[in-house]
Design a protein around this ligand. Structure first.
Ligand code: SF4
Length: 332
């Protein structure tokens, strides 16, 4: 529940760099406009969009490129570059950081992260997206402190009430984008640890691989128990046109898609990426992994998801998670 109609609602997207969402780094602008329209239709008028890009990029360039100034003017919302905000010094577990006053004073904070890869932490989603609430000085401190522990600590100081994850076309490896993988998926929830645990499984990681997830769970920020989580699917994936990017095409050589849904194919690509990192793609020895609705009712050697249940080596799920596909591939 948001509270009364005057509640100050702050929306925190991911604008880590000035780049278009199609590159796999930034929150799709349509999600923000749809959210603003929904809130305004329900009488909420005190809305702010706030974000700070990473050190070395200007948030205003990202605002300009993605049409945020037009959004501000069209909907009458406030727009805050947190790099230029006032900051409050806060300490958790021995780490002192400068946190944006706009974020801290929100009556209801909505986090809009992108589920994507990260070259240092492997994955970024709800928990890591909060780094945009910091001053540039504190962002630099986080890297000196090794990122993992401070990310967990930050999430004990800034606690969004709602997380809406953009997993439409997140990058495979880098938070700044460039290798997007179409998944056409969005997730929503209130527990960032649970959502990040689920996001990790979708990318072929265990939550322990992303060190700040168990640290945040240990602090009591949320639960890693996705086995017992209540996950409600609002719709089923649909078969789409698979577009392989440069980085993805090498992995795509191990696949045989036929009317594959984006989420299903992305899980397979993420699993192949992990297999490749472990130096185990040789297991496939020229064999391809089937994926997609065109394989329904057919026999094949290796396949993923409910549509490929006729395969000798198969994975359940519709779509299956990358973690489950990886486990199957590792056993070949
Ligand atoms: S199992 Fe089939 S229907 Fe389900 S997501 Fe995969 S391709 Fe789509």
């Amino acid at each position: 529940m948001i509270g009364d109609r005057d509640t100050g609602i702050v929306i925190k997207p991911n604008l880590v760099v000035p780049s278009k969402p199609e590159q796999g780094a930034t929150t799709h602008t349509a999600i923000i406009t749809a959210l603003i329209e929904y809130l305004q239709e329900n009488g909420f008028r005190n809305i702010t969009v706030a974000e700070g890009s990473w050190v070395g990029s200007e948030t205003e360039d990202a605002f300009r490129l993605n049409g945020y100034y037009r959004i501000r003017d069209r909907y009458g919302v406030k727009l805050v570059d947190t790099k230029k905000d006032r900051f409050r010094k806060l300490t958790y577990d021995g780490l002192t950081m400068e946190v944006s006053e706009t974020m801290l004073s929100a009556g209801f904070l909505i986090n809009l992260p992108v589920l994507k890869g990260h070259c240092q932490t492997l994955m970024t989603c709800c928990l890591k997206n909060m780094k945009g609430c910091l001053s540039d000085r504190s962002k630099r401190d986080f890297h000196r402190w090794g990122l993992m522990h401070p990310i967990a600590a930050l999430n004990m100081l800034v606690k969004p009430s709602l997380h809406i994850i953009d997993s439409i076309s997140g990058d495979l490896d880098f938070e700044e984008g460039g290798n997007p993988v179409e998944t056409d998926r969005m997730l929503m929830g209130t527990d960032p640890v649970l959502l990040d645990t689920y996001g990790a499984s979708l990318m072929g990681f265990s939550p322990e691989d992303i060190e700040y997830i168990p640290m945040a769970a240990e602090y009591g920020r949320g639960s890693m128990d996705i086995e017992n989580a209540v996950i409600t699917e609002l719709n089923k994936p649909e078969a789409g046109n698979i577009r392989a990017t440069g980085a993805v095409s090498r992995l795509a050589a191990h696949t045989d898609p036929d009317m594959a849904c984006s989420a299903c194919y992305a899980s397979l690509i993420h699993a192949l990426k992990r297999l490749d990192e472990n130096g185990e793609t040789g297991k496939l020895r020229g064999r391809k992994v089937a994926c997609g609705q065109g394989w329904r009712g057919k026999k094949m050697e290796i396949g993923t998801g409910a549509c490929c249940s006729g395969s000798e080596h198969s994975v359940k799920g519709c779509p299956p998670s990358a973690a489950d596909i990886l486990a199957m591939l590792e056993k070949l």
